[in-house]
Unconditional design. Structure first.
Ligand SMILES: Nc1ncnc2c1ncn2[C@@H]1O[C@H](COP(=O)(O)OP(=O)(O)O)[C@@H](O)[C@H]1O
Ligand SMILES: [Mg+2]
Length: 613
C-alpha cells in the first residue's frame, strides 16, 4: 500500500496523468461510484417523465384511472428514495477514496522531499515547499472529492437529458441543441483567461506563504536589524497583490457563469414560445412540453456546474503540475545502485577516511574545494582551521554526502561513500553543528530522535555525561519538557549540549564537529571539551574549530585557505614552520587575550590574562 511509486520512466508525464497513477489502485471503487452515479441520475431524470405520463395519459384523457395516479405517485417517491440512496453511497465512497489518495500523495511527497539533496533546499524557498505540501495537495483533494464527481455526474446528466429530450420530441430537442456550439465557443473563449487568473492567484498565494514562512523563521534577524517596518511594507504589498488577483479571478468567474445563466433563460423563453405554439396547434402534448421545460432547466444546471468546476479544475491541474514538478526532481545525491552497493556491518567499521583528488563546488564552474588529498587513520583526531569561507564546512558536508563531489573520491575504510547507502553512512557519521536543529517534542525525544528503542535511562546517562543534566533539572518537567520547533526554551549552549548527547546515544564511528562549541561560554565549553575528550577517544574525529585553542591537542591540524590544504601537521610542527598556521594562531591568541582579559576583568576586577594552550 505505501510502496513508493516508481517514476523512472514516467518523467515526461503531465501532472494529471501522474495523478492517475494514484487512482489506479482504486479502479474498482471508482467503477462502483460510476454505477451509483448513473443509477442515481437515472432515478432523478425519470421523475419528470412520470409527471408527463400523469398529464398526458391520466389527467387529459377522458375516463382516467385514478389508481394509475397512485401507482405513479408511489413510483415517484420510490425514485426519489433510490436517487437519495445511490447519491449517498456514491458520495461516501468518493470521499473515502479521495481522502485516501491525498494522504498517500502527501506521504510520498514528504518522503520524496526528505530524500532530496541539500542543493535542492539551497535553491528552493521554504515557503514554496510548504505550499506544495499543504495547499497544492488540498486542491488535489478537492479534485478527487468534488471536481471529478461533478464533472462525471454532470456529464452523465447532460447525456441522459439529451437522450430523454430526443425521445420525447426530436425536433424540439434538435432546436435546443443549436445552443451547444454557442456554449462550447464561449467556454473555449474563456478558457485561457480563466487559466491565467487561476495561475496568478495560486502564484500570489504561494509568494505570500513563502514570505511568511521565511520571515517567521528569521524573525530574530529581522528584529535585530530593525527591519520590521520594511518587511511589513513588503508583506502589505504582497497581500494587496493577492487581493487584486483574487478580485480579478472572481470577476472573470462571475462573467463566465452569468453568461451561461443568461443563455439558459434565453433557451427557456424560446422553448415556452415554440413549445406553446405547438401545443396550441395540437402538434405537441402538454405533458411533453412540461417534461421538456423541466429537462431544459436541468440541462443548463449541469452546464453551469461543469463550467463552475472548470475553473477549479484549472487550479487543480496547476497544482498537479506543480506537485509533479517537485516529484520529478531527482535527488542529486543518489543511493548506490544495487550492483555497486556495499553492505556494511556497522560494528566492523574502523573509521579510516581517504580524500583523493577531491574537487567540489556548489554552483557550476566555481570550485570551492580543489584537488584535496588527505588520509585520516582510524581513530585519528583532525583539527581543521582556516578563515571564514576557506571551505572547512564544505569538507564536512562532502563527507556526510549532503553534496556530491565533482571528481575524485572519498572513502571510508576503503569503500567509496557513494557505494554506501545514505542511511548507513549517516549511522556511521555523527554530526554536531553550530546550530543544531531541534524538533517539536520532548527533550527526551530530541535526544533519541524519536527512536523509542533507546531507553530513557540511556538518554539520561548521556545528558549527565555531556553535562546537560543539571540544566534540565531546573526545568519543571525535566526530560519531558516540550520544545518548540526551533528549540525554544533552551539556550544555544544547551542546544549544543543536547546535540552532543545525541552523539553519546547513537555512538557513531566517525565524529564530525563544525564549530560545535561556538555558542558556549568558557565554563560550559570546558565541560564540553571534557565530554569530547571521552567521545573522541578511539573514534575518528574531524573538528572544525572556531578557536584554535580548542584543537591544539588534535593529532593533526589541517590548515585551509581558499579551498586548498596549505599546511598539515601537529600544532608544534606547524608552529615550528612559522607559516600560515603560525600567523593564524598568533592572531587568535591576540583575540583570546583581549576576550579573556575583558571577561576576567569584568568578573574579578583584575587584568590577568588566561590563555589555555
Ligand atoms: N550552500 C551553498 N551554496 C553555495 N555556496 C556555498 C554554500 N555553502 C558555502 N558556500 C560557499 O563555499 C565557500 C566555502 O564555504 P564553507 O565551506 O562554508 O566555509 P567555512 O566553513 O570554511 O567558513 C564559501 O565561499 C561559501 O560562500
Ligand atoms: Mg563553516
Amino acid at each position: 500500500m505505501s510502496k513508493p511509486i516508481d517514476r523512472t520512466h514516467k518523467e515526461r508525464r503531465t501532472g494529471l496523468r501522474f495523478m492517475l497513477t494514484y487512482v489506479k489502485p482504486h479502479r474498482s471503487t471508482f467503477m462502483l461510484i460510476f454505477i451509483c452515479t448513473l443509477l442515481g441520475i437515472s432515478a432523478d431524470l425519470l421523475q419528470p417523465y412520470l409527471v408527463k405520463i400523469v398529464i398526458d395519459d391520466v389527467l387529459t384523457k377522458p375516463g382516467h384511472d385514478i389508481r394509475l395516479l397512485f401507482v405513479i405517485g408511489g413510483s415517484y417517491i420510490g425514485l426519489s428514495v433510490l436517487s437519495f440512496v445511490f447519491t449517498y453511497v456514491q458520495d461516501n465512497l468518493l470521499q473515502h477514496v479521495g481522502q485516501n489518495i491525498v494522504v498517500r500523495i502527501r506521504k510520498d511527497l514528504f518522503r520524496h522531499i526528505s530524500n532530496l539533496s541539500m542543493s535542492f533546499f539551497d535553491r528552493r524557498p521554504l515557503g514554496a515547499l510548504v505550499t506544495n505540501v499543504s495547499s497544492d495537495t488540498e486542491t488535489v483533494n478537492q479534485f478527487f472529492t468534488n471536481i471529478s464527481l461533478s464533472l462525471m455526474r454532470d456529464g452523465i446528466t447532460l447525456l441522459l437529458i439529451i437522450a430523454m429530450m430526443l425521445k420525447l420530441d426530436a425536433v424540439l430537442a434538435l432546436y435546443s441543441m443549436i445552443l451547444i456550439p454557442v456554449i462550447a465557443g464561449i467556454a473555449i473563449g474563456f478558457r485561457p483567461m480563466l487559466r491565467k487568473t487561476y495561475e496568478q492567484t495560486r502564484l500570489q498565494l504561494s509568494r505570500l506563504i513563502s514570505f511568511l514562512a521565511e520571515n517567521l523563521a528569521g524573525m530574530n534577524i529581522i528584529q535585530v536589524f530593525h527591519q520590521e517596518k520594511k518587511q511589513l511594507d513588503k508583506y502589505t504589498k504582497l497581500n494587496r497583490l493577492n487581493l487584486e488577483v483574487n478580485f480579478t479571478k472572481h470577476r472573470t468567474t462571475i462573467y463566465f457563469n452569468r453568461t451561461f445563466e443568461f443563455l439558459g433563460n434565453l433557451a427557456l423563453a424560446f422553448l415556452v414560445w415554440a413549445g406553446g405554439m405547438a401545443v396550441f396547434n395540437h402538434s405537441l402534448e402538454v405533458g411533453v412540453l412540461f417534461a421538456f421545460i423541466t429537462y431544459i432547466r436541468q440541462f443548463f444546471q449541469p452546464i453551469i456546474q461543469i463550467t463552475q468546476q472548470w475553473d477549479k479544475l484549472q487550479s487543480a491541474t496547476v497544482s498537479m503540475d506543480r506537485l509533479w514538478q517537485v516529484f520529478s526532481i531527482r535527488p542529486e545525491v543518489m543511493d548506490p545502485r544495487l550492483e555497486n552497493r556495499k553492505d556494511i556491518v556497522l560494528s566492523d567499521i574502523k573509521g579510516r577516511v581517504d580524500f583523493e583528488n577531491v574537487c567540489f563546488g556548489y554552483t557550476d564552474g566555481i570550485d570551492v574545494i580543489s584537488n584535496l588529498n588527505l588520509q585520516i587513520k582510524s581513530g585519528e583526531i583532525i583539527g581543521i582551521v582556516g578563515e571564514t569561507g576557506a571551505g572547512k564546512s564544505s569538507i564536512l558536508n562532502m563527507l556526510g554526502r549532503f553534496y556530491d563531489i565533482r571528481s575524485g573520491s572519498i572513502r571510508i575504510d576503503g569503500i567509496d561513500i557513494r557505494d554506501i547507502p545514505q542511511a548507513t553512512l549517516h549511522r556511521i557519521i555523527g554530526f554536531v553543528q553550530q546550530d543544531p536543529h531541534l524538533y517539536s517534542g520532548s527533550i527526551l525525544e530530541n535526544v533519541r530522535l524519536f527512536n523509542s528503542a533507546i531507553p530513557r535511562e540511556e538518554v539520561i546517562q548521556a545528558c549527565k555525561f555531556v553535562g546537560l543534566d543539571p540544566f534540565l533539572q531546573r526545568l519543571n518537567q525535566g526530560y519531558d519538557t516540550q520544545l518548540s520547533e526551533r528549540g525554544g526554551g533552551l539556550s544555544a549552549g544547551e542546544r549544543q549540549l543536547l546535540s552532543l548527547a545525541r552523539i553519546v546515544v547513537y555512538q557513531p564511528k566517525l565524529l564530525i564537529l563544525d564549530e560545535a562549541t561556538a555558542h558556549l561560554d568558557s565554563h560550559t565549553e570546558q565541560m564540553v571539551q571534557n565530554a569530547l575528550q571521552h567521545l573522541t577517544t578511539g573514534r575518528t574525529t574531524l573538528v572544525v574549530a572556531h578557536r584554535i585553542s580548542t584543537i591544539i591537542d588534535a593529532d593533526r591540524i589541517m590548515v585551509m585557505k581558499q579551498g586548498r590544504i596549505v599546511e598539515v601537521g601537529s600544532h608544534q610542527e606547524l608552529l615550528a614552520r612559522r607559516g600560515y598556521y603560525a600567523m593564524l594562531y598568533k592572531q587568535s591568541l591576540g583575540k583570546n587575550e583581549k576576550k579573556d582579559s575583558v571577561a576576567v576583568s569584568k568578573e574579578k576586577g583584575e587584568g590577568s590574562v588566561l590563555v589555555t594552550c
